[in-house]
Write a protein that binds this ligand. Structure first.
Ligand code: PA5
Length: 449
């Protein structure tokens, strides 16, 4: 039995089993586009069969590199942005035990403060770098790689630094591939047909995850078993198909935002990963649900009010871990704090009441929700969850009518940024952007008198 199930009781009355079943023909078509490559973006379906994303010898290489980093480093700096870091960060934050090298993430901002703090933290300590970029040309990680590489070279010398750098990039193209070849770094390959946000189960995610001491075989097994179980796209017996159909039905009914809500702080970055997956895959052609996330119970005391009574444009998906957590009971302490009635009760018991109370309250407040249940947080169940979301995203994007595997909109800010920075090759854009900025006359700042 797969470790993931979906409960749709609180989607009713907007959605019923019968209304979801009416999606079956559309689901069959969308799913066949994913599995047979007959839809838009079919060059990027390398993730669909997770048993083929990494070859056996690549898994062995990843384990060898991870062991080397564990043996010779106290820190690993993972340099990447978007799909090149969110997946590994999600898994490491969810499952990391804190044993082994501390994993840091760089290159996902242009913050001088962040990178200064990071360099201060690792300075003088043995560290390794895993620089990850499929295109090999993304500015943020390229800048961060220079920073951490220069510091490493200053610390241990160029030759030793080379042995502490692993580059994960395209097999042949891109600046990072060429640089890695010239410097003689160990490299891992990102297949042409695996896009960034679908790459967590490829070498992109697997090396940092393995360095953190997480069982990558179990992670892959969870994904492989889920892929096998999703072969049949029957909408009432396939949570991925159901999820894709339900969110599209609610979108067609006028909902605008999907909120992923978790009660487990370790899942914060799973939600961040999910937002990228759905945001970049579906946010095109002026359409799609806006993916947002909240961390309960903390956000019940901030966003809870909005969710309960704000504009009724939202749906909610709860991500719930049913067990496997450490036992922690509420100690004796009298009743002055009015907690006597909870004495001896497990925190999980209180947390379960918080989840069930919230789902019921939000339903009463007009928010349809579904719940994805995992029996526990393990490498296997997380592998299943990641694949579930990927597969559902491919289907959902095709139901929506977009190409779920490109991200043309990401280029717009880069074009302007390169123009402003005067990147060679951007001369025409520089002239245009500067002219547009110059045309913005008049003072638009508001100052205190
Ligand atoms: O999903 C995607 O393709 C993007 O989010 C990329 O992962 C992100 O832009 C980073 O790109 P790259 O790995 O080429 O540096």
């Amino acid at each position: 039995m797969l470790p993931l199930k979906l409960d749709y009781r609180y989607l009713q009355p907007e959605i019923s089993a019968a209304s979801i079943e009416s999606w079956q023909a559309e689901i069959d078509l969308a799913d066949s586009r994913v599995t047979k490559g007959t839809g838009l973006g079919s060059d990027f379906l390398g993730w669909v069969d997770p048993s083929a994303i990494v070859a056996k010898d690549e898994v062995a290489q990843i384990k060898t590199l991870a062991k080397r980093i564990q043996d010779n480093s106290e820190h690993l700096v993972v340099v990447g942005i978007g799909g090149s870091y969110l997946g590994s960060r999600a898994v490491i934050e969810a499952l990391g035990t804190g044993a082994g090298p501390e994993v840091h993430f760089a290159g996902n901002s242009l913050s001088a403060h962040y990178h200064t703090s990071l360099l201060n933290k690792i300075s003088g300590k043995p560290y390794s770098i895993n620089v990850i970029s499929k295109s090999g040309t993304t500015t943020e990680p390229a800048v961060a790689f220079r920073l951490v590489r220069a510091a490493l070279e200053a610390q241990v010398g160029k030759d030793e630094a080379r042995k502490r750098i692993v580059a994960t990039t395209d097999e042949k193209k891109g600046a990072l591939r060429h640089f890695a070849t010239q410097e003689g770094y160990d490299t891992l390959r990102i297949a042409d047909n695996v896009g960034g946000r679908y790459s967590v189960l490829s070498p992109v995610g697997l090396l940092p995850i393995a360095v953190a001491g997480i069982d990558i075989d179990a992670l892959l097994a969870g994904a492989i078993d889920t892929a096998a179980a999703t072969k049949d796209a029957k909408v009432l017996s396939n949570p991925a198909a159901f999820y894709a159909a339900a969110r599209n039905q609610l979108y067609r009914q006028g909902k605008e935002i999907e909120i992923l809500a978790s009660f487990e702080p370790r899942l914060h970055f799973v939600a961040e990963w999910w937002k990228q997956l759905y945001g970049e895959s579906e946010g095109k052609d002026n359409s799609a649900l806006f993916p947002a996330s909240v961390d309960f119970t903390a956000d019940l005391h901030s966003m809870g009010q909005w969710i309960q009574q704000g504009r009724r444009s939202i749906i909610e998906t709860f991500l719930i871990v049913d067990g496997g957590e450490p036992s922690m009971t509420i100690p004796a302490g009298g009743n002055l704090d009015e907690l006597g009635y909870l004495e001896g009760k497990e925190l999980a018991y209180v947390g379960d009441a918080a989840y069930r109370g919230t789902a019921l309250a939000h339903r009463d407040g007009g928010v349809p929700s579904m719940t994805i249940h995992l029996p526990e947080l393990s490498a296997y169940s997380l592998g299943a969850l990641l694949y579930f979301y990927e597969r559902a995203c491919g289907i959902s994007g095709y139901l929506l009518g977009v190409n779920p595997f490109d991200q043309p909109g990401v280029e717009a800010y880069k074009k302007n940024m390169f123009a402003l920075l005067g990147k060679p090759g951007s001369e025409k854009a520089t002239t245009e952007v500067k002219a547009r900025l110059a045309a913005q006359t008049g003072d638009t700042t508001v100052k205190f008198a």
